[in-house]
Design a protein around this ligand. Structure first.
Ligand code: ZN
Length: 214
């Protein structure tokens, strides 16, 4: 049975690396996968890029108003048609898409995550979604909240805080200083100073925020 998997973690927990590895594992077995991500992420907009230097273009981008199930069906059909062209006559059916992989899944809308469950259960294609659980104020992203509610399988990807404990939060720095107010997604053009993030354990986060959460 196909399943919806949500693999989540703080920033820098290797989500994109894990996604690219999963895609590679499928393809090594001769199976076809589709890679997709929401359009909201501005850096390397149409690529999945790992910090280890690997990068790969996505098969499709998901706009904020897009019907994810319709988009997927279209690209699934396109992939099937492309596979059929390479087949010899009478070689049987062209290979179907074995898996849908989603990067930056925290930026999906609630409706789009609902569609992921429909793709898994009604269209019978497994979905691996990778994303950040919470924003810099420790609030769940809408996509991540819905994935926590719907996924068949939850797996935490771990990374380490500066103190050596497991990091669970993502503190935001603007121009090198911690900030605890602002929009969920920092828009580069509106912020003259550089926005960066540090993955932290609860203890270090609360120490920097003076006890504040959200
Ligand atoms: Zn810490």
């Amino acid at each position: 049975m196909a399943k919806l998997y949500f693999r989540y973690g703080a920033m820098n927990s290797g989500k994109s690396t894990a996604l690219l590895q999963a895609a590679y594992n499928y393809e090594e077995r001769g199976q076809h996968v589709l890679l997709a991500k929401p359009t909201i992420d501005t850096k390397e907009a149409d690529h999945v890029s790992s910090r280890l230097g690997m990068s790969r273009e996505v098969d499709f981008l998901i706009g904020p108003d897009a019907s994810l199930r319709t988009l997927f069906a279209m690209h699934r059909e396109r992939a099937r048609a492309a596979a059929a062209e390479t087949l010899l006559p009478d070689a049987g059916e062209a290979a179907d898409v074995a898996c849908l992989l989603i990067d930056e899944a925290q930026f999906l809308t609630r409706e789009q995550v609902d569609d992921l469950l429909r793709i898994v259960v009604m269209d019978r294609v497994p979905v691996l979604a990778y994303g950040i659980r919470t924003d810099f104020r420790t609030e769940a992203f809408p996509g991540s909240r819905r994935l926590m509610e719907l996924a068949h399988s939850l797996e935490e990807l771990k990374t380490i805080c500066r103190c050596g404990r497991k990091a669970v939060f993502n503190a935001r720095l603007v121009g090198g200083r911690f900030v605890f107010d602002g929009d969920q997604v920092a828009i580069d053009e509106l912020t003259p100073q550089r926005v960066t993030y540090e993955s932290m354990c609860a203890e270090c986060y609360l120490s920097e925020s003076g006890g504040r959460l959200g």
